[in-house]
Write a protein that binds this ligand. Structure first.
Ligand code: FMN
Length: 397
């Protein structure tokens, strides 16, 4: 069961004697499909070799907040953004106290403050330390902030004491990390998404395009990958980072996007047409730059093929979701699009409001299916994407 497939897990190793078990934790996380990177504290380094962790994780171990080279490559903020989940195992009493007080005096504690990802801790310490009021209160504060504690076990400890404080078993730690991703709802499904704007050449230097940034499409790509789908992207002109866990084909014009979609569509379960495809292209592309003093007064346009409509007409079509960017008569226009194109759902954007939609970080959309219309309130494009994917899964899979 690969329920950490496509997930990026950051393992923090702090200064507990149980740190010697951390390479095994890396392996168990990988067994469930995760890509793992490791941060080790100065304390952790005393108990386990970085070379072991580097070898099993197949990545450089991150150990220093002040590493100039790391800050140019994968520094503390990149690590914080990279992770889908952070698990500190073992979590020492000291590291737990630092998290509790929001300290940021080493790489691990700084990354924890900087991450939006789920944080889990697996405490490991002497039974008397674990029973102390300070630890109990610190864990309670962290739990109230949403940090998940993987409870330690009871038994004989390295120091010879018997009691509660042994690090949970590596397999149990990996399973509890997997449990937080309970939405593997598109596992085993193939999804094709078109993203960004198309560029329609007029001459070698000029073109017709639009303001699409690709933010909404890439947020959908991220949500699909997170939901466990095998995700393929056809990407036009964008100004965002590409989701690295997806298969990507880059295109320039609407015609190229059409060809790329038709090449990939056969085995797909879900097609999301999120790209802002130009409806028209210049009929003739001038081979040479059109001179300013030429007496050109208009550009003849030819209608581009409608990619969504073409996919909807296929014999064994996948579930098809389109986007409608409207400036007026929103619901009526989007409903008409749903009917004409015969797609399964339309996501309606009001692009007359410049604070949301095209090129902005936030959006507010309506989800129109043949049965009903539902509003998804204003939020970040990532949250909107996750809500769209939840609805698609609920209604169509
Ligand atoms: C031999 C030895 C074993 C230790 N084992 C633990 C332990 O299991 N759990 C713990 O919380 N601290 C343990 N400590 C104390 C921590 O290593 C110490 O508090 C350190 O500052 C933790 O640093 P870190 O949280 O930055 O990794 C141990 C110390 C020594 C010398």
């Amino acid at each position: 069961m690969n329920n950490l497939a496509n997930k990026r897990v950051l393992l923090g190793v702090s200064g507990s004697i149980a740190a010697y078990k951390s390479p095994d934790i890396v392996r168990r996380l990988q067994d469930l499909g995760a890509e793992v990177r490791v941060i080790i504290t100065n304390g952790g380094r005393e108990f386990v070799s970085e070379l072991s962790l580097q070898t099993v994780s197949k990545n450089k171990v991150h150990d220093n907040l002040w590493d100039k080279d790391a800050e140019l490559a994968m520094g503390h903020i990149e690590l914080a953004k990279w992770a889908d989940a952070v698990i500190i195992a073992p979590a020492s009493a000291n590291t737990i106290a630092k998290l509790c007080h929001g300290k940021a005096d080493d790489l691990l504690s700084t990354v924890i403050l900087a991450t939006k990802a789920a944080v889990l801790i697996a405490p490991s310490m002497n039974q008397q330390m674990f029973a102390s009021k300070a630890i109990k209160e610190n864990l309670e504060i962290l739990n109230n902030r949403g940090v998940v504690t993987i409870e330690p076990g009871f038994g004989e400890q390295a120091c010879g004491d018997v009691g509660e404080g042994r690090l949970a078993e590596p397999i149990e730690i990996a399973k509890q990390v997997a449990n937080i991703f309970s939405n593997n709802t598109l596992s085993g499904k193939k999804v094709l998404i078109t993203i960004g704007g198309t560029i329609e050449a007029i001459d070698p230097v000029r073109y017709i395009s639009n303001h699409s940034s690709g933010k909404m499409g890439m947020a959908l790509a991220h949500a699909c990958v997170q939901a466990g789908a095998e995700t393929t992207l056809i990407v036009g002109s964008i100004s965002v980072d590409v989701e690295k866990r997806a298969n990507v084909t880059y295109i320039t014009s609407a015609n190229e996007m059409y060809d790329a979609v038709m090449k990939k569509i056969k085995s797909q379960d879900l097609f999301i047409s999120c790209a802002a495809v130009a409806d028209f292209r210049p009929t003739k592309i001038s081979q040479n730059k059109i001179k300013k003093d030429s007496n050109l007064s208009s550009i003849e346009l030819t209608r581009n093929k409608d990619i969504l409509e073409s996919v909807c007409k296929l014999k064994n079509k996948p579930i098809c979701i389109g986007f409608a960017a409207e400036t007026e008569n929103f619901i009526a226009n989007a409903t008409a699009k749903l009917e004409i194109k015969k797609c399964d759902a339309i996501i309606l954007n009001d692009i007359s409001n410049t604070e949301i939609g095209l090129n902005s970080d936030e959006n507010e959309v309506h989800f129109l299916s043949q049965e009903k219309t539902e509003k998804i309130d204003r939020s970040s494009k990532q949250i909107i994407a996750e809500k769209i994917i939840k609805k698609v899964t609920k209604y169509f899979f």
